[in-house]
Design a protein around this ligand. Structure first.
Ligand code: UDP
Length: 360
């Protein structure tokens, strides 16, 4: 298949602003290329995509970035800038489809336009990267499904359920996956706890600081600093917490640091669609302690690869951390190898795409 990827419109690939969708897109571009497909990625200018096969074509597209939906009110109209990069990417996709140079367009942007606009000359399918956050997006997803009941893929059932029963019934669940070669297994970690996430309120920054304060464990936080005010407020509220903001790292540099940690904590307030960081940690041998909310609760095998605890209860996280050494780190790596490898993920997506594409 000749597949055009429509990237997220909130930031260039490699910036971290797009969150997990950046890694997902990269994994699929490499995986589908290895399986003989021709991939073109339309992405905002400034995108850097390391370690991709040379055959992947990256088209850098000019235009204004979009505001991430998670920062808007549910009822707010999605903001489309005048010189929107998404409009520009979508036009390129339309032109490629019309010229007969692609078989299917795979959309990664969490934005209404590709879901609701007039159909292209080839099928458009959507891998939705977040749960329901906006009434306008919910309508957009439903209207795309009404046109083609198999055009929506989601990462987990928990994510699909946030859009309602009709979407849950029709969405194709593909989970996620990573290239294990990028993550070295570490058998003997240090004592620090990891937090890997965009620094933003929906990820539970305040709960993270509470966990640090109550447990007395040092936390290393990795990720883009999106909401500095949330970080400062948490520091003031929990002066005893030792939380070190380490910064945002490339995948390999992140893995090298993450592997040294005793556990990853996930204390999110929203329904996490999947939680790539959970499988990234497990690939390094790092067990995960997560709130029982969204994708991570489907990934973590309680008592085997970490602990799934009552949401919004930092004391439950602290209790789980006290017994974290009982988790076999090799079992964490093995679980990723068995269910979340790049090749297993690519095959799940390929099966869904093949059923959609008009093969040229
Ligand atoms: N990440 C990274 N470098 C860092 C911290 C995070 O590349 O220093 C990436 C991480 O690999 C993951 C993404 O940020 O792919 C976070 O994705 P996740 O699905 O966990 O959450 P999202 O941000 O999409 O809500």
């Amino acid at each position: 298949m000749r597949i055009v990827f429509l990237s997220t419109s909130v930031g260039p690939l490699g910036s971290g602003i797009g969150g997990g969708v950046e890694l997902t897109l990269r994994t699929l571009a490499a995986g589908l290329t290895a399986r003989g497909h021709a991939i073109t990625v339309l992405a905002p200018r400034g995108s850097t995509v390391p370690d991709l096969p040379r055959a992947v074509e990256i088209v850098q597209v000019d235009g204004a970035l979009h505001v991430p939906s998670q920062t808007l009110d549910r009822t707010a109209k999605l903001d489309v800038p005048n010189d929107s990069v998404l409009k520009a990417m979508w036009k390129l996709a339309r032109d490629r489809a019309a010229s007969g140079s692609c078989d299917v367009v795979l959309n990664f942007a969490y934005d209404a336009l590709p879901f609701v606009d007039a159909p292209l000359a080839v099928p458009t399918v959507h891998l939705v990267s977040m749960g329901s956050l906006s009434d306008e997006m919910d309508d957009a997803v439903r209207s795309a499904l009404a046109r083609n009941s198999r055009c929506i893929a989601m990462h987990t059932r928990a994510q699909a359920a946030t859009f309602g029963t009709e979407v849950l019934q029709h969405a194709h669940i593909v989970l996620s996956g990573i290239d294990l070669a990028n993550y070295d297994f570490v058998a003997q970690p240090g004592n620090d706890i990891a937090f890997v996430s965009r620094i933003s309120r929906e990820k539970g920054i305040d709960d993270l600081f509470r966990v640090a304060a109550l447990s007395g464990r040092q936390v290393q936080a990795f990720g883009v600093m999106e909401d500095e005010a949330a970080w400062r407020e948490a520091q003031v509220r929990h002066p005893q917490a030792i939380v070190h903001y380490a910064g945002f790292f490339s995948t390999r540099d992140l893995a090298a640091r993450l592997g040294q940690c005793a556990a990853l904590v996930m204390v999110h307030h929203w329904v996490e669609a999947f939680g790539n960081v959970a499988i990234e940690a497990m690939a390094c041998g790092v067990p995960v302690v997560t709130y029982d909310r969204g994708g991570p609760a489907e990934i973590v095998d309680h008592g085997v690869t970490g602990y799934v605890v009552t949401p919004d209860d930092p004391t439950a996280v602290v209790a789980a951390l006290s017994t974290i050494s009982a988790i076999d780190r090799a079992a964490c790596r093995a679980a990723v190898d068995a269910h979340y490898s790049a090749s297993a993920f690519t095959e799940r997506v390929e099966r869904w795409l093949s059923a959609q594409a008009t093969v040229g």
